[in-house]
Design a protein around this ligand. Structure first.
Ligand SMILES: [Zn+2]
Length: 257
């Protein structure tokens, strides 16, 4: 199995904040960001909340709710530090690769809604493994948060980490969990979602092959498929996204630098 690393929290947009919620002798507290429940884990005798900070969060105070439900709660604050992500301009030779047909636009909108719903999935479990292994061997070819422009048109910031590797390179689950969904998307190609519990979800895209099925339990480092270029990819690579409380966070915070 590849070497695992320890989570390195960083309270920036696209990062992970930590809040101490008292001794773990008391019942596990519940914390919310808007209507989204947050992971609360027992660490060194304390309850600690892990907060995935959305990339578009302005630096400064971020209001969280502590209580049995978002409406029956009191406010806690997480301080978000600023972070700038690089900008990248890409030239595509054919403008029709930039402008989608109405049919493709409709498919992409449908899949976008489906992906968003899967990312908000919550499975309550006392233990969540945040010590990840690198899901594929290869060179990092695209970092999280990069603001991309195709032929001058702004696109959504890069939602994950790209690892370039030859076609067929094994892809492993970064941590133990349950296969939440398997799909074939217009942009992401063949994709596997793994649910690690309490809103921590990882997503593996552009796969050549998928070797797991929904509902299957996986050990950390279990093989789930192989690197490919399915969907919209210029060459074989793994696009790897890590989601916490429904928001994309920087996968590099979970692996060895
Ligand atoms: Zn990518």
């Amino acid at each position: 199995m590849p070497a695992q690393a320890e989570l390195r929290p960083k309270a920036v947009p696209g990062g992970i904040g930590i809040l101490d919620l008292g001794p773990d002798a008391l019942p596990r507290p519940q914390l919310w960001l808007d209507a989204q429940p947050l992971a609360v884990l027992a660490r060194q005798g304390r309850w600690q909340a892990l907060i995935g900070i959305p990339l578009d969060t302005p630096p400064g105070p971020l209001a969280l709710r502590l209580g049995p439900s978002p409406t029956q709660s009191h406010e806690l604050t997480l301080w978000v530090e600023p972070q700038t992500y690089p900008t990248q301009h890409l030239r595509l030779k054919h403008q029709d690769q930039v402008d989608l047909s109405p049919e493709h636009q409709a498919r992409v909108a449908r899949e976008h809604a489906e992906i968003k719903a899967i990312k908000q999935h919550w499975r309550d479990t006392p233990y969540v493994d945040t010590d990840f292994v690198r899901p594929a061997d290869g060179r990092v070819s695209g970092r999280f948060g990069v603001r991309r422009f195709f032929n001058g048109q702004a696109r959504a910031p890069h939602s994950g980490l790209d690892i370039a590797a030859p076609h067929g390179t094994p892809v492993y689950s970064a941590a133990g969990g349950k296969v939440l969904a398997v799909a074939d998307y217009f942009f992401n190609g063949r994709s596997v979602f793994v649910d690690h519990g309490q809103g921590l979800i990882s997503l593996y895209c552009h796969l050549a092959s998928i070797e797991v099925h929904p509902g299957q339990w996986l050990e950390k480092g279990a093989r789930i498929g192989s690197v490919g270029a399915s969907g919209r990819a210029t060459g074989p690579h793994l696009h790897w996204t890590v989601v916490l409380n429904g928001t994309n966070v920087n996968p590099e915070l979970f692996i060895r630098p």
